[in-house]
Every structure is written in C-alpha cells, then in structure tokens.
Design a protein around this ligand. Structure first.
Ligand SMILES: [Zn+2]
Length: 315
C-alpha cells in the first residue's frame, strides 16, 4: 500500500536553529495544516522535543496525549545524524546538542514512528521529487547559508554513505592552514565560502550586509565575495568531476542574495571541472523555497513507507 493513500499518515518537521516548522498533508501530498514556533534553542533538546510534539499534535488535531499510532513523523535536522540509530551528533545552529537520541525521544512522547535525517539530504530528496531535480537520476543539492552542505541522489535514491554521514561538502579542506572551522579543522570550504565566513572576513554583521556593501561599490566587500564565490565554484567543479551528476541545484541565502556571486561561482565551476562533464551538468536554483524541508521530510517518510510495504510483500 504505497503512494497517495499513505499521505495522511505523515507529519513532516523542519527543525532549524530559528524555527520549528511542522506540517500534515492532503492525500495528494500537498500541505494540509502547518504550524511553527521559534526554536527554543537555548532551552536544550528536551524543550525542543516538547515543541516538536506539541506542533505535531496541533497539525493532526489530536486532543489526546498521543497522535495516531500509525502516524510517521519525519524530521529534517540541522546537522549530522546517524539515521539508523536516530541520533543527532551535534548541530552548529543548536549549541550543546551532542548525541541526542531525537528519534527515541519523539517516539516515546508521541507513541508513533519517527525518522530523522540531515536537512541537506532531506532538501535534496524534496528537490529531486518535487523541485529542481525532477526526472534526473543523478542529482546533487548544495546549500550555502550559515553553513555549507550537500545532499546526494544517485540512481534516483538518496545516498547516505557507509554510516549515514555523506554530504559534508562544507568540510572539504580547500585552503591549507586556512581559517578555523567550527568542526575543529582549518580551511574547510564552510570556513571560506559560507555566509558566516563571508561576514567574518568582511568584518560585517551578516553576509547580506556584505552584499549590500558590495552593491554600493565597497571594494573590500566585493573582494571578499569574489574570493568566497571562487572557492565555492572550484569545489563544485571538483564535485562535478567526481560524480558526473545530471544537475546540481543550489539553495541558501548566500546564493539568493543576487549581485555577481552566482556568475563568479559559475565561472570558477568551469575552471575546476572537465568541459564535457560540466556541459552535461545543469546548474540550477532550488525551487521549493521555505517549504523545502517540510516537503523533503514528507518524501523521506513516503520512501520509508514504500520500502516497508515492499518488504512486507517480499516476506
Ligand atoms: Zn569544517
């Protein structure tokens, strides 16, 4: 029993450093009810689990303590996870979250099944099924915002790697002895080309402010952005050589800011990749906007339900 009939069983959660967004779905997979709250990030995991569960009850209109037992809650989380164990292993936007068994905590409180996965992977799945990557077998989603991450779709399926930690594109070292990254290493792409890195390098409060300064003719701001775009583009060129994808879609605030950043990145992609491999790979903008995490989490749950149904049929 796969497909549209499952939609009513799914609650999607997009857990971010700023907002917790939650949605339930119509039978056709469109969002039915949505709710959100400012993430209680300083209050720790238990408070945020309580938020997630309260919002989940809200969107399924459950008056009781538990949501229906057959419900599946799929959560996109802002950091590395062990998707098999359901454990979050730290998140740059959620200080103090180390080895949090998020899946078990949510399952215990709601009394239904829960799935968790890295937000970049979830976004890739959403864009692949419903956005920029539709119809493509081999697709990569790259997000450039406060951090940098990637989600990988190979042969139409999410690739998680040997222990579920694939996609840490932001932590490829691109500058020897470069700026310190929050992961502890030096010269990671994230420490050079993320919004956080751009703001730090320009001595500005945010990457958006650096973009404003650059647009107003500030040469120092223009140079910081050009350097960040170039390193990003060279690294993306490497991804293209390594993976030969059909397309890469880009999301996140840094690339949405406008100006020359996109063009500078694309020029460096050409420099950093083989011409024929590059010519095959479409460079696209993400299409799902702020519902990306919710729609991706929905697709994560759909895949899980479809696989569960397939294994029952095979048994
Ligand atoms: Zn790093």
């Amino acid at each position: 029993m796969t497909g549209v009939g499952q939609a009513g069983r799914i609650v999607a959660v997009d857990l971010g450093g700023t907002w917790v967004r939650v949605a339930s779905f119509q039978p056709d997979g469109t969002i039915r009810e949505r709710a959100r709250a400012a993430t209680l990030r300083e209050a720790g995991p238990e408070a945020v689990v309580a938020q997630i569960c309260s919002l989940a009850r809200e969107v399924v209109s459950a008056d009781s303590w538990s949501v229906p037992e057959e419900m599946v809650v799929a959560i996109a989380v802002p950091g590395p996870v062990d998707p098999v164990a359901g454990v979050m292993d730290g998140a740059p936007n959620l200080p103090g979250w180390r080895m949090v068994p998020l899946r078990a905590l949510v399952e215990a409180e709601l009394g239904c099944r829960c799935l968790i996965d890295h937000d970049a992977s979830v976004a890739a799945l959403g864009e692949h099924r419903r956005g920029a990557g539709r119809g493509m077998a081999d697709f990569v989603y790259v997000t450039v915002s406060t951090g940098i991450g990637a989600g990988l779709i190979f042969g139409g399926r999410l690739y998680r790697g040997g222990s579920g930690r694939a996609g840490e594109f932001g932590h490829m070292v691109v500058v020897e002895d470069g700026p310190l990254c929050h992961c502890g290493n030096r010269g990671c792409l994230e420490a050079v080309s993320s919004g956080t890195a751009i703001a730090l390098a320009a001595g500005a409060p945010s990457a958006a402010e650096v973009s404003r300064r650059a647009a107003a003719g500030d040469q120092a701001a223009q140079e910081v952005l050009a350097a960040a775009a170039r390193q990003l583009g060279l690294a993306v060129g490497g991804l293209i050589n390594l993976l030969n994808p059909d397309a890469i879609a880009f999301g996140g605030g840094v690339l949405a800011a406008g100006g020359h950043f996109w063009d500078q990145m694309v020029a460096a992609v050409a420099e950093g990749s083989f011409a024929a491999t590059r010519a095959h790979c479409k460079l696209l903008r993400s299409q799902l906007g702020e519902d990306q995490g919710l729609l991706g989490a929905y697709e994560l749950a759909q895949d899980e339900l479809a696989e569960g149904a397939a294994s029952v049929l095979l048994a």
